[in-house]
Structure formats: C-alpha cells, structure tokens
Ligand binder design. Sequence first.
Ligand code: NAD
Ligand code: ZN
Length: 362
Amino acid sequence: MSNFHEIRLRTRSGEYPIYVGRGIINYLPKFMDSLKNSGKCAVITNKVVGRLYGKFVEELLSTKFKVYLIEVPDGEECKDLRVVERVYDELITSGFDRYSTIVALGGGSIGDLSGFVAATYMRGINYVQVPTTLLAQVDASIGGKTAVNHPKGKNIIGVFYHPHFVLIDVNFLKTHDLRDFKSGLAEVIKYGVVLSREFYEYVKVNWGRILDINSDELLYTIRRSCEFKASIVSMDEFDREGIRALLNYGHTVGHAIEAYFNYELRHGEAVAIGMCYEAKVSVAMGYARESTATELCSTLEDLGLPFKIPEGTDVDKLLSFMRRDKKAFSGRIAMVLLRDIGSGVLVRDVPEEIIKEVVMRW
Ligand SMILES: NC(=O)c1ccc[n+]([C@@H]2O[C@H](COP(=O)([O-])OP(=O)(O)OC[C@H]3O[C@@H](n4cnc5c(N)ncnc54)[C@H](O)[C@@H]3O)[C@@H](O)[C@H]2O)c1
Ligand SMILES: [Zn+2]
C-alpha cells in the first residue's frame, strides 16, 4: 500500500489520517483494521451514490464485517431530524453497539448527516468518511463539523465530531456532475485566494489539466486543499479564534446569494460571486489594492466561474440575509477581507453602506 498520501489532522480532540489517492477505496477494509470494532458496520448512502458504488463497497467490507446498507434521501433532504431518527431506528434494530462503525459514503450532505448520527448514537461511535464529491473531498469531510437542518435554518443542529479517518479516492469523481465538480473547484481556489498565492497561481495555470479527472494535477490539487483545511482546523478546531473563519471567504455574500435565489445556484458558484464582491469590499475598506480585486474577478471569469450578482437584485434584501450569517455578531456583518491574494483577515464590523455601495456600483 504505497500509492496514496497520508495527511495527519491534529486537534486537541485527537489525531487522525486523511488518505488521498486514486483507486484506494480497495484499502478501506485494511484501514478499518485500526478501529476497535465489534463486527458491525453501516454504510450510509443515498440512491444515486448507492446505485453507483453501494454494492461494491458493501462487498468490499463484507470480507470483515456484517454490513448494513442504509439508504437516505438524496441531497440536502437527508439532513433532517426525521431521517436521523429513522437511521437510529435501523441501527438499534440491527443491534449496533458502541463498537460498531458508520461509513459515510456520499457527498457533503451524507457526511454531515452520518457524522451527526455517529456523534450522538450511544454518545458517539466509530465513523469513517468516504467523500464522493469534490466539495466533500476538499472541504466537508475534513474538520469534524456535523449538522442537520432545521426548517428555520441550514446546519442549525450539530456537533463537532471527528471521523476516525477520511478516505479520499479521486476515482469517485468520474461519475460526478460537471457543474458540481466546477462548483467544488471554486472552494479549491478559495484556499489559494485566502491562504497562498502560490497555490492560487498553480490552480490558475493548471486549470485545464485539473478539469481532467485522470490527471495528476487534480490529485495534487485535492491533496493540497486537504492540507490547507487540516492545518487551519488544527489551529482553530472549534472555529472560535477567527482562523477557521478565514475559510469562510466569499461566504458572507455567497450564502446570502444562495438564499436570495432560493438555492438555485450551486454553493461554489455563489461563493465564486461572493469572493469577487468581498474582494471589492476589501478595496473599499482600504485593506486591498484595486488591482487585487480586478485580478481575482478576471481570474474567476477566465475559469468560467460566475463572478457577478445578477442585474436587478434587491440589495436591501440581500443585506438582510447577510445579517443572519453565522459570523454576524450583535447584528453587525462580519466578513473575511483580503489584504492581497493569499492573505485574508476576518473583519467583524463591515459597514452595510459599504457593501451596498459595492454591490450597486457593479
Ligand atoms: N461539514 C462541513 O464542514 C461542510 C463544509 C462544506 C459543506 N458542507 C455541507 O455539504 C453539503 C453539500 O455537499 P455536496 O456538494 O457534496 O452535495 P451533496 O452531498 O448533496 O451531493 C451532490 C449530488 O451529487 C450526488 N453524488 C455524490 N457523489 C457522487 C458521485 N461520485 N457520482 C455521481 N453523483 C454523486 C449526490 O447524490 C447529490 O445528488 C451541504 O449540506 C453543506 O452544508 C459541510
Ligand atoms: Zn463553502
């Protein structure tokens, strides 16, 4: 077993590996040897991913475990307390104990739901993340944030709970929808924009190759993204020091756009637009030079990512969504601003008039 990279994520709660490679799903049973396991394992997945990979993963694990395939609704719909209750029910009926294991097989929504179930079932059981979308591979599966939604808000109910390991097999992306894939790449560029100009340049220059699922450039890009996320999480595990918040660059405006347009845009697309406007706010607030914002927006445009808020958007309504952002404090809008490409800073009080002016001017 040598054709994979192992990244160690160290937090105060413990340390665990993130394995990144091509075709490494075959090592899943071997990696699971490190778990104290009583022999039962539930693979939580949905119809789409289950149809593609469910049987394969089930057979792979059957060599060592009694495997239960649990199918939940596709997409965001599975992040629901009623689904959580149904999964608990299946686990209890199947006799799952404190030493049984949950394998999350799917995108970020499956990961968030499975992590929440694993954290709360019998006060916490083993769990493993096998992310199958780019967004989940470079972001959602790493860092221990689990959550389900409440009818009044997204990700409102959740806990921090780390998996025992994360297995990232790039080959899963072969069946990934191209629009979802490109949307995930917006989060990848974000790591460069906010943390490393070098990585930003790498993604920009190698974009054509990165879009090829079979390329080494894509594998490298995913690995570097995981390293960025792991190092930020290890510095600010519970998102309280303003460090992990840096990864929220583009998200104050991005989340507002997602909500304003009733989630018709992909998350990464809204974040790409958000990155462009937040760069402009950085200029207006005197943090960055005009050339920084111009460069970033034209890069996003060149890469074929959206970068502009549609004409006719009601700015006041957009601002009302921004006030509900999780970073907001006492009604004041917080935003990650850029000093330059590769250097972000969390600013806790961004005047609404400035945001409004930036949005209206564009
Ligand atoms: N916990 C975190 O830190 C964190 C971070 C970012 C996002 N998230 C969460 O992640 C979720 C979004 O994740 P997502 O973008 O992966 O969406 P998703 O999980 O809804 O997956 C998108 C679609 O792709 C399908 N799919 C998954 N893998 C596939 C594959 N290999 N081939 C074909 N189809 C496949 C899914 O069934 C789904 O229909 C949101 O709920 C968000 O809140 C969590
Ligand atoms: Zn995001």
